[in-house]
Unconditional design. Sequence first.
Length: 308
Amino acid sequence: MNKIQCAKRRKQAKTTGRYHRAEFFGKTGMPLCVLTVHECANVPFHDHDFTELVVVLGGSGMHLAASESYPIQAGDVFVIHENTGHAYQDTRNLELINVLFDLKQLDLPVKDLVSLEGYQALFVLEPRLRSAGGVHHHCRLSSVELGVIRELLINLIHELERKPAGYQCMAAGLFLQAVGFLSRCYSRIRDPEPRALLRLGQALGYIENHYVEPVTLGQLARTAGMSPSTLQRVFRRSFQTSPIDYLIGVRVQKSVELLAVGELNVTEAAFRVGFTDSNYFARQFRKRMGLSPRDFRRQAVLRVSATR
């Protein structure tokens, strides 16, 4: 389906509006919910304020997102980020498992996961490009892999629905296992277009593992198996910024996490995340966060004090 046809379908589709996390997370008591959908009918365009992982268990249909439309079938896996409109049409016996989550609120130990190229491709790059109409593929599991992920998610559903003692810990563990398994599955894809995303995922993983160290464009390009100019172009397409500016953004976000605790001063936090000049760090922090790191830390300390 071309972009004109897809746009026409979007115009014809009646938007159902927005789904809110409170509708789902309130039932489970944590920012994680799993839904099974049997005989999924056509679903008009909608968006939500949480991230959605979709696993197609059976049947077929068309998935529409932004200006793209593509067929889906058993074994397909894709991620829809918050505020991204999407829809299902021409469904035939479509059976889905939808995992709704907020990774930040779950506060899980994902440092190891975010360094995986498959995680970056499936959970970061594909959703970004899909929302901009720039991706034409998605992960497709083998029948064996589909059986594994189905069993993991069914066990997760049982924990969230029955809520036995310790269910939140068990649910979080099963969710992490599912994300890690899917990330590894993606890393094994050999099709050319997904492999290109995986190369970019390698660069993102390198940044996550080495942001404290001096990182150069050349190092990132070698990690991704691209020339520096190609890496620059791919980064611009995916993130509307350069690789080094992306690195700086990661460092600032890591400093936010440190300053929010209130145990380090501004200079200590800056050096801890890879900045060597506290004045430069302050400029970059204000540029991205809208206030100085000193003011951010002061507000964080006040919030912590108020909760004691």
